[in-house]
Design a protein around this ligand. Sequence first.
Ligand SMILES: Cc1ncc(COP(=O)(O)O)c(C=O)c1O
Length: 419
Amino acid sequence: MDSATINTITASVTGLDVQAIRRQFPVLQRLVKDMPLVYLDNAATAQKPAMVIDALSHYYTYYNANIHRGIHSLAEEATAAYEATRDTVQWFIGAAFREEIIFTRGTTEGINLVAYTWGRANVGKGDEILISAMEHHSNIVPWQILCEEKGARLQVIPVNDAGELNMDAYESLLNDKTKLVAVTHVSNALGTVNPVRRLIDAAHRVGAVVLIDGAQSTVHLDINVQAMDCDFFAFSAHKLYGPTGIGVLYGKKQLLELMPVFHGGGEMIKEVTFEKTTYNELPYKFEAGTPNIADTIAFKMALDFIGSIGKERIRNHENELLQYATAQLETIQGLRIIGRAKEKTSLVSFVIDQVHPQDIGILLDNKGIAVRTGHHCAQPLMHRFGIPGTIRASFAVYNTKEEIDALTEALEKAIKLLI
Ligand SMILES: Cc1ncc(COP(=O)(O)O)c(C=O)c1O
């Protein structure tokens, strides 16, 4: 199939003009190995619409300036654009106050911020931190470091064969020593959507604080941190059609106010003397140094892009792709889907008998198809399923059923070649 064919097919019956959406993504017009790019690695990072790319260039072309400190026009324009993103994020995740939106480099930095500040102040010897067996390494390692430093214990909620959390085991692991529950909203390796409201309510009953890793959920699901009642929520812009190097840590204001600072430097201070430093108000207390101004400004365009289509329409389209891909892949002999949760976002992880995932990845790339292979930064989860890794196809708003057909066809050919 040539790129014109893929781009002229409107794949969905959900009322979404996928063709028009695809035209907003310059990279989708390119060829890879002389084939039209079929980009199915969206859970790793999503492609960027022209409005995001243009916002970066526009900032550097017309109003590049450092923010907050300047009184000249460029500094004022840059500050206004940077702070406008904070307002949009507040609206996007339903936070009560704009000061609760802390800009970070991404999910990883947001989780580390909580581990190094809230964690160091609140976790002690004999305390417990509860994570799940489906966490990304970003939501494991910071807690391991904290537990080692403090003599605390890391406890793990088990996952069943379908890839769902064992909620009975979770409830029995909670106790008065549990200081923090840190769980992913959506598994990057399985697509499982976790029942976060239930997890949070149960954790709060024993007085534990809850951090939700929203890296994989924020682009697909409606997020309202107040309705969810999480204490912290971390995510990355690059998985929401935004730039890399910018993310958000949401925290409840009363918690953030009590937390010690993270990085020391400019911007996060009120007054510095050699004897004593006093710290800035929220959110600047946690935003030391010159931030990632251009990417933060462009991030607003990504959120506007999502808003212009509407999360519900995006979700309907992606659900349709998930159902279709699951049905198509199941027709392939020897293919086993890992992750059969009732609630899933639009990704399919699978293994194929007698074939190494990486070999499949290389053969698919020869057809211009980008998927992810390996452990997906979730090695403990791979151990749980007794596999070294999976092949993961993950879908975004611009993907089509024709691309899933291209994947299925290429997989069948690759398997014939390899076995
Ligand atoms: C569930 C989950 N958590 C955390 C991360 C880390 O995100 P980042 O690398 O953007 O900090 C990812 C990235 O894939 C993820 O999928």
